[in-house]
Design a protein around this ligand. Structure first.
Ligand code: KG4
Ligand code: ZN
Length: 350
């Protein structure tokens, strides 16, 4: 023995995760080091294809995932300058999402795991969205409150610890992103509605039309967006009946403001009531520029620390699955080759 002790840095082995995401219309793979360092983040989007049909067509999504998955995984490894020999675990989204789409990622992950012996870690898609916040905010640690707003979900979540969640609010009907998509269709913007409403709103007056801000009587933190959607449709119908021309930019801006007002009010009320000082946003709708600005301003006023991922890490990607997968891996989560796609997987369920 030469008497030299290994340094702390040498003691700690880096953990590299290969992450795969295919729950909806993006085929994605990434390599993430120690949960917070993205070595590659490859996303093959099917948006252009689904735009033809005005929304995601599940069968087409599955078929496209099959065509792209191997290529996307190979690209992710290559861009990261790594090989499967250096990968410690394969993290894959196994729910919630479109069953056929999920199955493609899950099958690819299981096949690689089986062929190489690399451990398999199934990840909840929403846990991924929340964990996207860890990537660029190196100092962010639980506990904090997170608002998850995507095409399929609107959840207010207390992140108690890594992988430990309590859902304190949810939507009673449409998800926030779904409302954006439906209203966008009604004013002729097409799919995907969120980014188009975001852009058009900049030319409109958010106070031009007063749309309702729904409150859910028995839970202050729940959301409801279907009434708002109907109010927009009624407004458009009544304009048509009266022969009035519709200012679509004003409709987009006023609708967007109604959504944001409710999200901000409910979320920051929860942060205060639960006694936290940190708040994060996640999911596709979290890339909305006015929503980010509104939270930035309101959090600053109320002395709450505000965290958000870059827009590319808000919409579906595999880097967020790598971040979540890392903390699951550290906790000892391992899945067998019987791992299946679970389209309605609940947060916190194994
Ligand atoms: O998280 P995500 O990529 O997929 C799901 O897990 O659902 O979210 C997609 C949703 C779509 O409804 C899309 O219209 C919405 O996020 N979205 C936006 C914006 N970018 C995407 N909504 C509002 N403003 C945006 N800039
Ligand atoms: Zn998503």
């Amino acid at each position: 023995m030469d008497g030299t002790l290994p340094s702390k840095a040498m003691d700690k082995k880096d953990i590299q995760i290969l992450a795969i995401e295919s729950s909806c219309d993006e085929t994605a793979a990434a390599v993430v080091k120690n949960g917070r360092e993205v070595l590659s983040n490859v996303i093959s989007s099917q948006i252009a294809l689904h735009t033809l049909y005005g929304g995601v067509v599940p069968e087409i999504a599955s078929r496209k995932h099959i065509e792209k998955i191997n290529q996307v995984i190979e690209e992710a490894l290559k861009e990261a300058g790594t090989t499967l020999q250096q990968i410690d675990a394969i993290a894959v989204t196994y729910g919630p999402g479109l069953v056929g789409a999920l199955l493609v990622g899950v099958s690819a992950a299981k096949a690689i795991s089986f062929a190489t012996g690399i451990p398999l870690v199934g990840v909840h898609h929403i846990e991924g969205h929340i964990s996207a916040n860890f990537i660029e905010n190196k100092q962010l640690e639980p506990p904090f409150v997170c608002l998850v707003v995507s095409g399929g979900h609107s959840h207010l979540v207390v992140v108690k610890d890594y992988g430990e969640y309590e859902i304190i609010g949810r939507t009673r009907d449409d998800a926030a992103g779904e409302a954006f998509d439906k209203v966008a269709r009604a004013i002729g913007l097409g799919y995907p509605g969120g980014p188009k409403i975001d852009k058009l709103s900049k030319e409109g007056n958010p106070d031009a039309i007063h749309f309702p801000r729904a409150k859910v009587e028995d839970n202050l933190y729940d959301f409801s967006f279907s009434g708002l959607k109907s109010a927009v449709l009624n407004y458009l119908n009544s304009c048509e009946m009266k022969g009035e021309t519709v200012n679509t930019a004003d409709v987009a801006a006023s609708f967007q403001k109604a959504v944001i007002d409710v999200l901000v009010e409910h979320s920051l009320h929860a942060v205060k009531e639960y006694g936290y000082h940190k708040f994060a946003i996640a999911g596709g709708v979290a890339s909305n520029s006015s929503l980010r600005e509104a939270f930035e301003n309101e959090c600053q006023k109320q002395g709450i620390e505000f965290f958000h991922p870059s827009p590319i890490l808000c919409t579906d990607n595999a880097a967020m699955i790598g971040a979540a997968g890392y903390y699951e891996y550290l906790k000892g989560t391992r899945h067998g080759y019987d791992l299946n796609a679970v389209p309605n997987l609940k947060l916190g369920e194994r």
